[in-house]
Write a protein that binds this ligand. Structure first.
Ligand SMILES: [Zn+2]
Length: 219
C-alpha cells in the first residue's frame, strides 16, 4: 500500500513538472509570435511547487522551445549550469511571493522604449485606460496603477536587490502592477497562473503602446 501511494506521489510530481514545462514552451511561443523576444532574448518560468520552477535556459529561441531547453531549478539552490543570468530575478520573486505561479520576461518594443523615457520618474503611472482592468486588482479605468522602472544593470544580484526593495514598498496612492520595467531592456510580468501572467504581459505591453502614442500629443 505504501509503495502504491509513493508511486502515485511520484507520478503526480512528474506530471506537475511536465505541466510546468509545457506552460513555459507555450508562453515562449506566444511571445515569439508577437515579436516580443527577438534574437533569443527574454525568459519564461512556471512554478512547479513550493520549491521548484521550470525556466528557459540561456540563449535559446523562445519561439521553438523543446523540453530540453527548460531547466528544473530548485529555488533554494545556486543557478544550474546553462541558466540565464537573469534567472535570479525569477527565483528571487518566487521565493518572496508564494502566490506567484508564473513569470514572463520579454524584450517587447513598447516596454523597451517607454522604459527609457520613464526612467527619470522611475515609474510608469497609468490611469484612464479601460485595458488596465486586465491587471489583477484593478477594477476601473479611474484607478491609478504604477509600474516601477529600474535602470538596467549587468550585475543581476545588485539589480535583484533593488527590485526586491522597491517592490516591498509600493506607493500608497496607487495599485502596484504585476510587473516592472528595466530601462532600455524590457518588462517582467507575473501572475498566479500561467494564464494570468500571459494576460498581464499582453495588457502591460499594450498599455505601454497606448502611453507611447498618447505622450506624443502631450505638450
Ligand atoms: Zn532580458
Amino acid at each position: 500500500m505504501a509503495q502504491t501511494i509513493s508511486l502515485k506521489t511520484e507520478a503526480d510530481a512528474d506530471s506537475a513538472v511536465a505541466k510546468a514545462v509545457a506552460g513555459v514552451i507555450a508562453a515562449g511561443r506566444a511571445a515569439a509570435l508577437r515579436h516580443w523576444v527577438p534574437a533569443t532574448s527574454g525568459n519564461f518560468s512556471v512554478r512547479i511547487d513550493a520549491g521548484r520552477i521550470a525556466i528557459t535556459r540561456s540563449g535559446v529561441d523562445k519561439g521553438n522551445l523543446v523540453a530540453s531547453d527548460i531547466l528544473i531549478q530548485p529555488l533554494d539552490e545556486a543557478l544550474l549550469p546553462g541558466s540565464s543570468a537573469e534567472a535570479e530575478l525569477h527565483t528571487a520573486l518566487y521565493r518572496q511571493r508564494p502566490e506567484i505561479g508564473a513569470i514572463f520576461h520579454a524584450h517587447s518594443p513598447a516596454a523597451t522604449v517607454l522604459s527609457r523615457l520613464a526612467l527619470g520618474e522611475a515609474t510608469v503611472r497609468f490611469t484612464g485606460w479601460e485595458l488596465q482592468k486586465a491587471l489583477a486588482g484593478v477594477r476601473t479605468h479611474e484607478a491609478i496603477v504604477d509600474v516601477p522602472v529600474f535602470a538596467n544593470d549587468q550585475d543581476i544580484s545588485a539589480l535583484s536587490g533593488r527590485v526586491d526593495a522597491r517592490l516591498a514598498q509600493p506607493a500608497a496612492d496607487a495599485i502596484a502592477a504585476p510587473g516592472y520595467l528595466l530601462a532600455g531592456h524590457g518588462v517582467y510580468a507575473w501572475g498566479a497562473t500561467e494564464a494570468d501572467a500571459a494576460r498581464h504581459l499582453e495588457a502591460l505591453e499594450t498599455l505601454f503602446e497606448f502611453e507611447l502614442s498618447y505622450r506624443r500629443f502631450i505638450p
